[in-house]
Ligand binder design. Structure first.
Ligand code: ATP
Length: 248
């Protein structure tokens, strides 16, 4: 099995995960026996051609979808065997998710958006903590702004703060820089790097952008639902070359 680092402290592990879609006559095997462990405190990018299974891998690892067979372990707990209610609780407390399209609630301010996961989980909301995290990511002057009053990069930073407020054991990101200009993308990637280096956050990120992938600690390559390669601390050019080979 590929491990993203040699350490045995694995935050999420996929064991022989198969995910199929469709009925008997139009079956698609989106993941075809994926074995991988994501080490705690590391940042992994997942790349591959369109349709190679990247989003499916992320959704299975985050407990948003169940594998057809195989196991998904979040630390010691088997996500793939959890009941719906246990899964919902785990997703609220242990898993953070950031999307390409930010998915902020448009009627709520930045600070209300960040507080939302705590309210949903029925936890006590400390607005002091909410403001501290927004200030830390450079949005201390924008606490009361609604999403439409913020730039794309600022909205994505609010979305990251919202995902981090419950201190999840893993942060999953699906194309977090896909909708951003290159300067905002660099700011968001810098924020993710700081979370890994300073807070030992585990991040698993799907991206199409070789420069974003090169900001991670390692890059996994998928093709036809299988892991076909792994690079550690690659350059942007190395990532682009490997992707071009897979797309050829
Ligand atoms: N809900 C679904 N129903 C049927 N087929 C699906 C479904 N979701 C994904 N697939 C299929 O599974 C395969 C993998 O899809 P997935 O979205 O994981 O790929 P991807 O690598 O993320 O693609 P992209 O880069 O284009 O977003 C594709 O063939 C896709 O058509």
């Amino acid at each position: 099995m590929i491990r993203t680092e040699t350490t045995v402290d694995t935050a999420v592990e996929l064991r022989d995960v198969v995910r199929e879609y469709g009925g008997k006559h139009a079956r698609v095997r989106a993941l075809d026996g994926v074995r991988v462990g994501f080490a705690r405190g590391t940042w992994t990018a997942v790349m591959g051609p369109s349709g190679s299974g990247k989003s499916t891998l992320l959704h299975c690892a985050a407990g948003l979808e169940r594998p057809t067979s195989g196991q998904v372990m979040l630390g010691e707990r088997e996500l793939s065997a959890a009941s719906e209610s246990a899964l919902t609780a785990l997703r609220r407390k242990e898993i953070g998710f950031v999307f390409q399209s930010f998915n902020l609630v448009s009627s709520l301010s930045a600070e209300q958006n960040v507080a939302l996961p705590l309210r949903l989980a029925g936890s006590k909301v400390s607005m002091k903590d909410v403001r501290a995290i927004l200030t830390e990511i450079g949005l201390g002057e924008r606490l009361r702004h609604r999403p439409r009053e913020l730039s794309g990069g600022q909205q994505q930073r609010v979305a990251i703060a919202r995902a981090m407020i419950t201190r999840p054991s893993v942060l999953f990101a699906d194309e977090p820089t896909g909708a951003l200009d290159s300067r905002s993308a660099r700011t968001v990637l810098g924020l993710l790097r700081a979370l890994v280096d300073d807070s030992k956050q585990t991040i698993v990120m799907v991206t199409h952008d070789p420069a974003a992938a090169a900001a991670a600690d390692s890059v996994l390559f998928l093709s036809d639902g299988r892991i076909v390669g792994h690079l550690t601390r690659p350059s942007t050019a190395q990532v682009a070359d490997r992707l071009a080979e897979l797309e050829a």
